[in-house]
Ligand binder design. Structure first.
Ligand code: GAL
Length: 339
């Protein structure tokens, strides 16, 4: 995991060296992530570096990646974008801090005629529609919520007694939500429950708290719930693996007589490990590697005016969407071999 990313430049060249005999030889990419301490974003960043190295070799070009973290401040991110533009980078990749506040970054990029690939934190469609050089790479939030619900529903259908501790026929759950206003929080929260209920399972919510994707916050919320409901919680649903792992930390400390089941989303290394050792009943793989590949291939295709590889589809000339994958004890070994 990259803790302090920040500048990773593995091949550099000046603006004047960009073209040789009129032919472009490389691309310079400015990447700003919302926060370097986010586990999923760290693995996406590592994959970006790997994918750029791969493409350099494959195409015989040089790629400069300048990766900075905005430390969760949109103002800092706007300065970073300004700096990338002053350095005359060819393309910007932005993981927005505030996905509803893309205007400043877009205005600056449009004025300088520098294309932008937004990723992971999805901006509103009207913003993306402002210019034909704005793109988005990510997953479909709805799909992750539905798949998380399917894991729970299948488990209930196969062996409800193992979850329904008090035998009342109702699933008592608590929900750990990511960030207020993040598409992946609200949509996952809604669709996981919808999917469980549509499978004919009755649910009762005992608690619902925001924990900002952070393991320590997940642990704090879960400790409070365990004090309030020492033996009533049957399932912990978390919008991501880190918060699920925080809940597991709390469960291991508080040691309730009948520990609740826990489920996450992301399939980070630590998340998959928790499925493997049965701390979590499952997770949903959020394909960081595939998203990184999409970002780097799209940057290359835009800058070099080349077609995208066949397996990467650019929907409506703007979106690359990578599918999620259900992970449970049934396929965890196979998933781990693909990592
Ligand atoms: C989500 C991911 C979270 C967190 C968030 C940051 O897609 O599931 O773990 O990384 O993005 O925007």
């Amino acid at each position: 995991m990259i803790c302090i990313v920040i500048v990773y430049i593995f091949s550099g060249f000046s603006k004047e060296q960009k073209r040789e005999n009129g032919e472009r030889k490389g691309m310079r990419v400015g990447v700003s992530i919302y926060n370097q301490y986010d586990t999923f974003i760290s693995s996406l960043t590592e994959s970006l570096i790997e994918e750029a190295k791969r493409l350099e070799q494959e195409k015989g070009i040089t790629i400069t990646l300048d990766i900075v973290s905005a430390g969760s401040s949109q103002m800092t991110q706007n300065y970073q974008v300004e700096e990338f533009i002053n350095k005359d980078y060819d393309i910007l990749c932005i993981n927005l801090v505030d996905r509803t506040d893309a205007t400043t970054a877009i205005d600056m990029a449009m004025n300088a005629d520098i294309p932008v690939i937004f990723f992971n934190r999805e901006l509103v469609e009207q913003d993306l529609e402002r210019w034909n050089k704005l793109f988005y790479v990510g997953a479909v939030a709805l799909e992750s919520g539905i798949m998380q619900g399917q894991i729970v529903a299948q488990m209930c259908q196969e062996d409800f007694a193992s979850i329904d501790k008090n035998g009342d026929g109702v699933l008592q759950y608590v929900m750990l939500e990511g960030e207020a206003g993040h598409q992946d929080s609200s949509i996952r929260t809604e669709y996981v429950i919808k999917t469980i209920m549509e499978a004919g399972i009755q649910v009762e919510k005992l608690g619902d708290e925001i924990a900002n994707w952070i393991r320590a916050q997940g642990e704090t919320r879960m400790s409070q719930w365990l004090k309030q409901y020492p033996d009533e919680i049957e399932l912990v649903i978390a919008n991501n693996d880190d918060m699920a792992l925080g809940a597991i930390d709390a469960i291991k400390k508080e040691k309730p007589a009948r520990p609740p089941k826990v489920i996450g989303i992301d399939g980070t290394d630590v998340g998959l490990e928790a499925v493997k050792n049965k701390d979590m009943i499952g997770t949903v793989l959020n394909d960081s590697k595939g998203q990184a590949e999409g970002i780097i291939e799209l940057a290359y295709s835009v800058i070099f005016h080349k077609k995208l590889p066949e397996h990467i589809e650019l929907i409506d000339g703007k979106y690359i969407r990578k599918p999620h994958v259900i992970v449970t004890e049934d396929n965890i070994d196979e998933i781990l071999t693909l990592k």
